[in-house]
Design a protein around this ligand. Structure first.
Ligand SMILES: Cc1ncc(C[n+]2csc(CCOP(=O)(O)OP(=O)(O)O)c2C)c(N)n1
Ligand SMILES: [Mg+2]
Length: 400
């Protein structure tokens, strides 16, 4: 007895006649070593399965890499200056960020995590709208539909299910949309990760799961998170291909993610790509990474920096001159200046907006909470008339 799934694989319904594995199954396994096209010294390391991206696309993506690093540096500075509440930096992971955005077409969708700000900006979202969220004064600073980028998700792995739903809908409508869903190594331990991958595989939807394995989930190292041979190996358990890639090699990322996206667009179904990279900085500004890892561990990753590597590679081919490099740095500085100016401009906050746009119609509890807050705010203002020692006049004094 056997049952046929929508992919045509036959499953035995009795253990006695369990089917033999198909000869193609081992093709679902990832490479023994992460795919690399440019080594840390900037030398080309060809891989017959993945042709190198064109010089033009590499140079274009390198410009985004320079901007991405500058955006991370600027955001960190703004946090220290108290202009932004929190920033999960992708310093050192910028090659993953840039590749995830540039392999997609306009009609595709990107589902990012909280750490993927550079990917969101590379996809075209206005940096100031992105940072509005991280400043903490709006629900989400950008319209997801404008550039087809879902809101950045803080709850781990929830976005993977949303991404699969989006891909499933696109398939039912007969659209050519591909969805790229990002998550971290820690998120692969979530039940939502399992549900998303299983659903995607069974319904054969056009989604690429992109795991940035930066070796930590806050303070938890990967070894305490998973003992799978690699995170990419998890794919075969769902019946989809998994691949591993050097997450600090922009060329390899463009090739591997580009191939996964094309496969999904051509009806090949979902796949999982694991990028091996490293979180060079603390989890966020609220974390002290020196409590759980040594400076030596971090230093070992400095020579693998994605930016330096691509610069050496492109300079070695005479594709990048000093003038070209200076022009890219100036463009990145201009983006940083816009971010700085925007975040140094004080905005009027209306606390009552907290309750708007949560539901089309407010629930009873939400209405009560909104009324309670408005009453409290009004009470804080009323005693102003009572004299110079009142709470309101003290508040006013503090704001000068
Ligand atoms: C469902 C859920 N559980 C726990 C948390 C708390 N939390 C926030 S970030 C994080 C670590 C995630 O690590 P990883 O997925 O590797 O992503 P990274 O921060 O390294 O990019 C945890 C446990 C959360 N945000 N959501
Ligand atoms: Mg991680």
């Amino acid at each position: 007895m056997s049952a046929v799934t929508n992919q045509g694989r036959e499953h035995a319904t009795g253990s006695a006649d369990a089917p033999a594995l198909q000869s193609t199954d081992s093709a679902l396994l990832p490479s023994a070593r992460p795919v690399q096209l440019v080594d840390p010294d900037g030398h080309h390391t060809p891989d017959e399965r993945y042709p190198s991206p064109s010089d033009e696309s590499l140079l274009g993506a390198y410009g985004r890499l320079v901007a991405g690093r500058r955006i991370n540096d600027q955001a960190n500075a703004l946090v220290r200056q108290g202009r932004m509440a929190v920033y999960p930096s992708s310093h050192g992971q910028e090659a993953c960020q840039v590749a995830a955005a540039v392999v997609l077409r306009e009609e595709d969708w990107l589902f990012p995590t909280y750490r993927d700000t550079v990917a969101v900006i590379t996809r075209g979202v206005d940096p100031l709208e992105v940072f509005t969220l991280l400043r903490g004064d709006w629900h989400s600073g950008y319209d997801p539909y404008e550039h087809r980028v879902a809101t950045q998700a803080t709850p781990l792995a929830t976005q993977l299910l949303h991404a699969v739903g989006m891909a499933h809908a696109a398939k039912l409508r007969g659209e050519s949309t591909v969805v790229l869903a990002m998550c971290g190594d820690g998120a692969t331990s979530e039940g939502d990760f399992h549900e998303a991958l299983n659903f995607a595989a069974v319904f054969h939807v056009p989604v690429v799961f992109f795991v940035q394995n930066n070796e930590f989930a806050i303070s938890v190292p990967l070894a305490s998170q998973s003992v799978a041979p690699s995170l990419a190996h998890k794919a075969i358990g769902y019946g989809m291909p998994g691949e591993r890639v050097d997450g600090n090699d922009l060329a390899a990322l463009l090739a591997v993610l580009g191939s996964a996206v094309s496969r999904a667009r051509d009806g090949g179904g979902p796949s999982l790509v694991e990028a091996h990279t490293y979180r060079m900085q603390a989890h966020t500004n609220a974390d002290d990474a020196t409590r759980y890892r040594s400076a030596d561990d971090v230093d070992r990753w400095i020579p693998k920096d994605p930016l330096v590597r691509m610069r050496s590679y492109l300079s070695g081919l005479d594709l990048l001159t000093e003038d070209g490099e200076a022009a890219l740095a100036a463009e990145a500085d201009a983006i940083a200046a816009v971010i700085r100016k925007g975040l140094n401009t004080d905005v009027e906050i209306n606390p009552a907006e907290l309750f708007e746009y949560v539901y089309a119609e407010k629930t009873t509890q939400l209405r009560e909470q909104a009324e309670q807050l408005c009453e409290e705010l009004a009470r804080a203002v009323e005693p102003a008339a009572a004299g110079p020692d009142s709470a309101a006049s003290r508040t006013e004094g503090n704001q000068r």
